[in-house]
Structure formats: structure tokens, C-alpha cells
Ligand binder design. Structure first.
Ligand SMILES: [Zn+2]
Length: 159
């Protein structure tokens, strides 16, 4: 069996900005409202497979870390990230130079801030949270991160 939560309908959303280095359009700093939809497969234990509220709490917790932040992929080989003074940061990419307040940035442990890499980030963080909440009956996790309505990236993870 499985449960599904639609991120748009259930308000599992966040707004953030990012850029995709060297991309003709997405290379400029721009923003999205993202929604995170999930599907969890596993055995039903008692009344539930898993409590919807627990799942929404986990997803919202991750969304909150990213909400209203500039998403920077700290493993992106196209970026040179110079942490300056503990207050601001300098990011150099090709001929562009961004200087941003550190408090506005969420560093992702990824190589890109694409929907695909964001999806992987959510999946990994969710798997960790499910484990620490003892949800051992969940065997498969599907996550889709939409960049606005109508387009998104999905992945699945065996637990
Ligand atoms: Zn974008």
C-alpha cells in the first residue's frame, strides 16, 4: 500500500531563488515557488501506513530550511565560493560575481540547485527523518519537487 501527499494541495511548499550556471535563461538569479509531493510505500501497521501529520511535519521542516533563501549548491564545480567575514559571501561564476548576506543563503550539499538535485536532497533528508522516527515499515519513498506548476523532477528511494 502507499500514501500520497500532493505538495500543492497540502501546502508543502517553499519559495526560493537559485541560478543554474551557464544556462542561457536560468543562469540569471531567479525565483520559484516549489511544491514537494511524496508517496510512501509500506506495510500498514494498525490503522495507518504512516501518520500523514508526521510526514507533513518532516517535509515542512525541510521546506522551512529552504524557504525565502538563495539556494547555493556548495559542491558545484562551476562556482567559487569565498566565505568572507562571517556576514557575507562572495560567489564567482564565469564573469559574474555575487555578494550576498550569509543569512540569506541555504547551502545545499549538492552539485547543482536544479529541481533534480533538490529532489535528491529532499529524498535523502526524508529517508533520514523517517529512520529516526522509527518508520521501519516504509520501504519505498517517491519524491517530486515541482518548480512552479506543471514541471518538476522526481526520484525514488528504497529504504
Ligand atoms: Zn529555476
Amino acid at each position: 500500500m502507499f500514501i500520497e501527499i500532493d505538495g500543492w494541495m497540502a501546502k508543502l511548499r517553499f519559495s526560493a531563488c537559485h541560478f543554474i550556471p551557464n544556462h542561457p535563461k536560468c543562469g540569471c538569479l531567479h525565483g520559484h515557488t516549489y511544491a514537494v509531493s511524496v508517496r510512501l510505500e509500506g506495510e500498514q501497521i494498525g490503522e495507518f501506513i504512516i501518520d500523514f501529520e508526521l510526514v507533513k511535519g518532516i517535509v515542512n521542516g525541510i521546506c522551512d530550511r529552504l524557504d525565502h533563501k538563495v539556494l547555493i549548491a556548495e559542491k558545484d564545480p562551476r562556482l567559487r565560493i569565498v566565505k568572507k567575514d562571517g556576514v557575507s559571501i562572495e560567489i564567482i561564476e564565469s564573469k559574474k560575481r555575487y555578494v550576498l548576506p550569509l543569512e540569506d543563503i541555504m547551502f545545499l550539499p549538492t552539485k547543482s540547485a536544479s529541481a533534480e538535485d533538490l529532489c535528491r536532497y529532499f529524498t535523502t533528508e526524508m529517508a533520514r527523518a523517517l529512520k529516526s522516527n522509527g518508520a521501519d515499515n516504509i520501504k519505498k519513498l517517491h519524491v517530486r519537487v515541482d518548480e512552479g506548476i506543471g514541471q518538476g523532477a522526481g526520484c525514488e528511494y528504497e529504504l
